[in-house]
Each structure stands twice: as C-alpha cells, then as structure tokens.
Design a protein around this ligand. Structure first.
Ligand code: SF4
Length: 441
C-alpha cells in the first residue's frame, strides 16, 4: 500500500528522540523487533497472559522469579527491549521499568505484545482481548435523561448475579483486559457495585466510573478511593440548573451533581472529568459550561458526540448539524489552546483534524488523535492513532451489558451478541470477525 506523504511535524518521535521517522517506518521498526529472534523466542513462550505479566513484573523488579527459567526469560526480555530502545533512541531503561511497576501497565503491555505475536503488526492493530471494557453494570437509574443510550430507569430482572459478575471479572483478568469503566444506568445505585469495583481493582485492572454525580457524597467519594477507583467522569449538560434538570428529568439534579464534582475534586486523589453530550439544547452555551468547569477545577472537559440510541432516538432532531459541530469543535480547540483551565477533548474525530490544521497554520500547538490524550506536533501521535485505529469497537474496546451480553460498543447493540459467561475469548474472536483490519507487509 502507498502511504500518503506527511508533514514532518506529525512524524514519529518516540520519547523525545530527535529523529522523526514517519509511522510507516515506526511500524517497520516494530516489525523488526518482533522479528528479532530473542523477542520472538520470548513471545512464543509467553502466550499466556498471566505468565507474560509475571515475567514483566520480574523484569520491573516487583515480582520474584519462581525458578531459573523465569529469571532467564526476564533477562532475555531485557536484552530484546534494549535492542528495541536502541532502534527508537530510548536510553533510560529505568523509565520503562518504572512504568511496568504498575500492574495495569504490565497487563496492557503483555496483551499488546501477545496480540502482535499472534496477529503480526496490523493497522489498526488486532488485539487478543479489548484493552478496555465499558460495563453497563445496571439499568437502574435515579434520573430519566432525554439522551440516555441505555434507556435506563428500572433494574433489569435479567441482571447478572453478583457471583456471575465476579466470574466475568476473572475472565477479563485472564484475558488481559487492562481497564474497566463502570457505567450504567447509574452504577452507584447498584449494591453490587462496591464488591465488583474492589474485586476488579484487586486484580490490578485500572478501574473508572462514569456517573451522573448525584450520589457523590463525601462518604461515597471516600469509598470510591478505598475500592481503588482511579478516574471519575461526571456527566453534566448545562451550566444552567433549569436546563440541566429539565433534560435530566429530575429537580435538583444539577445542584447535587455540582456538589458531587466538588467532593471529587476536593478529595484530590482521582483523575476526573466533566462529560457533556453536545446537542442543540446546550451547544450555544458551551462557553458557560467551560467557565463552570474552570471554577470547579476539574482536570478534563470532554464533549461527547450525541449518538441517538436508546431514549436518544426520540430526540434525534436535537443532534448538531455538521456546521454547528465544526463551529463548536473549533471553539473548544481554541479554548483548549488558551490553557486557562482543564484539558478539553472531544469524541468527535473531527477534533483531531481541526487540531492538525491549526498547528499547520500556526494557531495551535497540540492535537488529540486518540480522543483523550494531548499530543504535541512532532510527537508520535499519528503513528499511535494508526496503530490504535479510528473506531475501536469490538477490537480495542467492548461493552458489557448488565445481563452479560457482550457487544462491540454501548452504541452498537450488535444482534449476534452472546453472553460473556459462555466464554469471553470465544466471543471476542466473534466480535473481531466483524472487522477486517488491513495487514501490513
Ligand atoms: S443518561 Fe445516565 S443518568 Fe441519565 S438516565 Fe441514562 S444512565 Fe441515568
């Protein structure tokens, strides 16, 4: 395949390297590392996720080798990594070891390398299991929002039992799932939430919660820290209480949510964000939302595309026109670059294109090729975006419903879905079959 010529400013720059090969070269170099006989020797012997994670732990110095073979594997891994680092002009092995001290990093690295060993380098990359699962833990919710994709309200009689939920976490852990986002309905309405969050965290999975924020009292926030939740995303639709409450179908929802955000920020231990779904209801007042986000001192402000599924189908006419979306995203980008408050992101792919164009005309400095990560011009963002791919549904990411159905995405209730209790790996393979990523070389 012929690659399009690229502006050097968007080339590849691994960890501060001064050399800027483009993403094709990056993939070719990565292929060389994978083809290296040491690396291949290791990867073909560590096809089991748990074993691979353990060897990475030995290498990072946080786990003890159980026998001489494991010490040798760790040393060979180090030798292979050194060769790779040389290729990418990375000098400090301690940086890599430091990152691998985190269990979720070891999970993600092991899953990625196993996937490359199994499928080769593909563009976008095929993964053996999703790095991330969004789990709609319950349909139960204390609000009744107009845009709710889950059509939440009452508890589904078919919701998994606690025992089944814990079993599913075991499957995720074995497969190498690195991150779980607990969503709903309102996850904090489910009595099972605390046990499953704690259990997933205990497995070293990076746990996060997406909540409407109305139940985030100081006690609840303390408990979220205790069960190991790392990131809290709170949805808010307007800076105006009446607009938000009308949209959310509940008086005083805004007041409780804003107090919940204050409690989370005050606790000081979570990564956090305000999430807003952009519709005709609120897009003209996004400046006021941003002022509110700044005054609340949240770390991120994320604007989600409205996807008319669930109850959202009833307000499809409230979706933005392409022109309205472009104006909104341009406004958000300029605010982001002004650096006066939180990092500002959007799930719209157009946001990345706007960033790149702004850098090219000299009016921007960063862009966001993967929705939630800022990249400077000259960084490895485009290579990373091509490796991770555009839509990750059923590949990098999957959705688990409250009843155990595994789907490619919360917005894509694929009809051929199956229950996760029938075997997570097998279902993932079926979901992967929905897509046909282009193989390199
Ligand atoms: S959008 Fe969230 S808060 Fe609103 S009804 Fe649905 S699950 Fe509940």
């Amino acid at each position: 395949m012929t690659e399009e010529p690229r502006d050097e400013r968007f080339g590849v720059n691994f960890y501060g390297s001064e050399k800027l090969p483009d993403s094709t070269e990056l993939v070719a170099q990565f292929q060389k590392i994978v083809d290296n006989r040491f690396a291949r020797w290791i990867m073909t012997r560590m096809t089991e996720q748990k074993k691979f994670e353990h060897i990475l732990g030995v290498f990072a110095g946080v786990e003890a080798p159980r026998n001489i073979k494991e010490s040798t594997q760790s040393k060979v891994l180090e030798a292979a990594l050194k060769r790779g680092m040389k290729t990418f002009h990375i000098e400090n092995m301690e940086v890599i070891k430091g990152a691998l001290k985190e269990k979720y990093v070891r999970k993600g690295v092991a899953l990625t390398l196993r996937s490359v060993a199994r499928y080769g380098i593909t563009k976008p990359q095929i993964f053996d299991a999703p790095l991330m699962i969004v789990w709609n833990t319950t349909k139960l919710c204390n609000l009744h929002c107009k845009h709710c994709y889950a059509n939440a309200g009452a508890k589904n009689p078919d919701e998994m039992s606690l025992e089944q939920k814990l079993k599913v976490i075991d499957q995720f852990d074995e497969a190498g799932v690195t991150m779980i986002a607990f969503s709903g309905g309102e996850p904090l309405m489910s009595p099972d939430f605390w046990k499953i969050a704690e259990y997933a965290s205990s497995k070293g999975i990076y746990t996060t919660i997406a909540t409407n924020g109305t139940l985030l009292t100081k006690n609840v926030v303390d408990r979220l820290a205790e069960v190991g939740i790392k990131y809290i995303e709170i949805s808010l639709d307007s800076a105006d209480p009446a607009t938000h409450n009308e949209f959310r179908g509940q008086a005083l929802a805004w007041e409780r949510t804003v107090q919940g955000i204050k409690n989370v920020v005050e606790k000081g231990v979570f990564d956090n964000a305000i999430a807003t779904t952009a519709t005709k209801y609120n897009y003209k007042n996004m400046d006021k939302m941003l002022d509110l986000a700044i005054s609340l001192k949240v770390k991120r402000f994320i604007v989600f595309n409205f996807v008319p599924t669930g109850r959202g189908k009833e307000i499809i006419s409230e979706d933005l026109s392409p022109k309205e979306r472009e104006d909104l995203l341009t406004f958000l980008y300029d605010k982001w670059q002004a650096k006066v408050g939180p990092e500002i992101y959007s799930t719209s792919p157009e946001y990345s294109r706007i960033g790149i164009n702004k850098i090219l005309d000299g009016t921007g400095k960063t862009y966001s090729p993967t929705h939630f990560v800022p990249m400077d011009a000259g960084s490895n963002g485009i290579a990373m975006a091509e490796f991770l791919g555009g839509c990750g549904a059923g590949r990098i990411y999957a959705a688990l419903e409250d009843n155990g159905d595994l789907e490619p995405c919360v917005f894509l209730p694929y009809k051929g879905r199956e229950r996760s209790e029938r075997g997570f790996q097998r279902i993932m393979e079926k979901l992967q079959g929905l897509k046909g990523p282009e193989k390199q070389g």
